[in-house]
Design a protein around this ligand. Structure first.
Ligand code: SAM
Length: 420
């Protein structure tokens, strides 16, 4: 880093012993008015930098999904998202959901469909909770390896995000575990894995579509060297440059500018690298798709005959959803997450996720509780019921339900109980 940064190296090293800044991204519908005094993140209109770190798990607005706590550098992905809608988007390594919620914020309810994919089942639990809390149901969660997607759906997506697993050098001050696990071999191993993931990610991009590659590390082998080896030399691809003037925190790679570095001494965020590429129009003939969509996949063991143009999303043996173009035909996550049933209950009931939708379900009375009542609500203490199902709001933010006066437990609490 001394060789790379020269005179700036001391400032860089000093920044590593400073605490990281607490940053969050406001929800475009639920959170716009929050933290009006906070400093802005220049590359995201809803990014805010806080002077102090609140105890988020006690905050009703956090439970309501009115914001997502995310370090500032990662919010920069937004500048590369195309403006046209609808978009088919896949986030190949999405957990716990920082980039995925950012992308959903860009899409909104009618702007397309996001596949939020991550092969790690434990991390997918957090991903599902964070997406449900965000409350924009235009997504499907899957747990495949990127190569699985690339084999079946080459050239399908308008935006492919690979926020790759990496050696984590940019996270040392935020997460000391990242420093403890570092080893020169780690970077070499990661670079090899990332290269294979990049090949899969590249195959998924439609003509005119965009590939966004990012890591939280400073190692060139995991960043520009991967990009140069897999994409930059391919004439079917062109670099997408940062639109407008570069903020002072953002530094293009040396030599050919194939990506941008974020350094902790220059800006409010952690170490980060991002690179954006567009597949030129006509660069991939649609006919090149290997798998005719009609043959794929199956629910139970019975193949579903799908008309040409329909895409099915499966997990294990079960069908998770269908999409045509960018429109979800079976909004599986919405129905699965919005209602819950149990053989012992008389009726199915609206689920926690339904209270968190950014456009609340109609037909249920709202119960406004004062902020002072939130700790009791969080602790699961009953309230006198005024209706069978009441949607609870605190200062206008929807946080959950009262089922005959009993609070629905926020996700984190459910997880806590499960782990016990
Ligand atoms: N995009 C996430 C966000 O913004 O919150 C962070 C992603 S994290 C840097 C990297 C992710 O890659 C992890 O969640 C990990 O489970 C996932 N991962 C690990 N191996 C993978 C693989 N072979 N293919 C795809 N994803 C992988």
């Amino acid at each position: 880093m001394r060789a790379r940064l020269g005179a700036e190296a001391e400032a860089f090293l000093a920044a590593l012993s400073q605490p990281s800044r607490t940053a969050l991204r406001l929800h475009p519908e639920k959170g716009r008015a929050l933290f009006p005094e906070a400093e802005r993140v220049v590359w995201h209109p809803l990014g805010r930098l806080l002077a102090e770190r609140p105890d988020f798990e006690q905050e009703p607005f956090w439970h309501a999904g009115a914001y997502y706590v995310q370090e500032a550098s990662g919010m920069s992905l937004r500048v590369f998202v195309p403006e046209r809608r609808p978009l088919r988007v896949i986030d190949l390594s999405a957990a716990p959901g920082g980039k995925a919620t950012l992308l959903l914020g860009e899409l909104g309810w009618e702007g397309g469909l996001l596949i939020a994919n991550d092969p790690d089942p434990r991390r997918r639990t957090a991903l599902k909770e964070n997406l449900a809390r965000w409350g924009i149901p235009a997504y499907l969660v899957t747990g495949r390896h990127p190569a699985w997607w690339a084999e079946r759906f080459p050239g399908l997506f308008d935006v492919v995000v690979l926020d790759a697993p990496c050696s984590g050098e940019g996270l040392w001050r935020k997460d000391p575990r990242a420093a403890c696990q570092w080893h020169p071999d780690l970077s070499t191993r990661m670079a090899r894995l990332q290269r294979s993931l990049l090949h899969a990610a590249k195959a998924l991009v439609a003509p005119g579509g965009v590939l966004l590659y990012s890591t939280c590390t400073f190692a060139p082998a995991e960043n520009e060297e991967n990009i140069l080896a897999v994409i930059a030399a391919d004439p079917a691809w062109e670099a997408v440059l940062w639109p407008g003037e570069l903020p002072s925190a953002v530094v293009p790679t040396e030599g050919p500018a194939v990506g941008y570095y974020f350094y902790p001494h220059r800006g409010p965020g952690e170490g980060f690298f991002v690179s954006a590429w567009r597949r030129r129009e006509g660069a991939l003939a649609r006919a090149k798709r290997k798998v005719p969509t009609g043959e794929f996949p199956r629910a139970g063991k019975v193949p579903i005959p799908l008309p040409e143009g329909l895409i099915a999303i499966e997990r294990g043996e079960s069908l998770q959803g269908l999409m045509e173009g960018a429109a979800a035909l079976v909004p599986a996550p919405l129905w699965k997450e919005a209602w819950e049933a149990h053989p012992l209950w008389e009726h199915s009931r609206p689920a926690q996720a339904a209270a968190l939708l950014s456009r609340p379900l109609v037909g249920f009375p709202e119960r406004a509780l004062p902020r002072e009542a939130f700790p009791a609500y969080l602790a699961g203490q009953p309230f006198p019921a005024q209706a069978p199902y009441e949607r609870v709001t605190i200062e206008g933010a929807s946080v959950g339900w009262l089922y005959k006066g009993r609070p629905s437990l926020p996700f984190t609490w459910k997880r806590f109980l499960r782990h016990r």
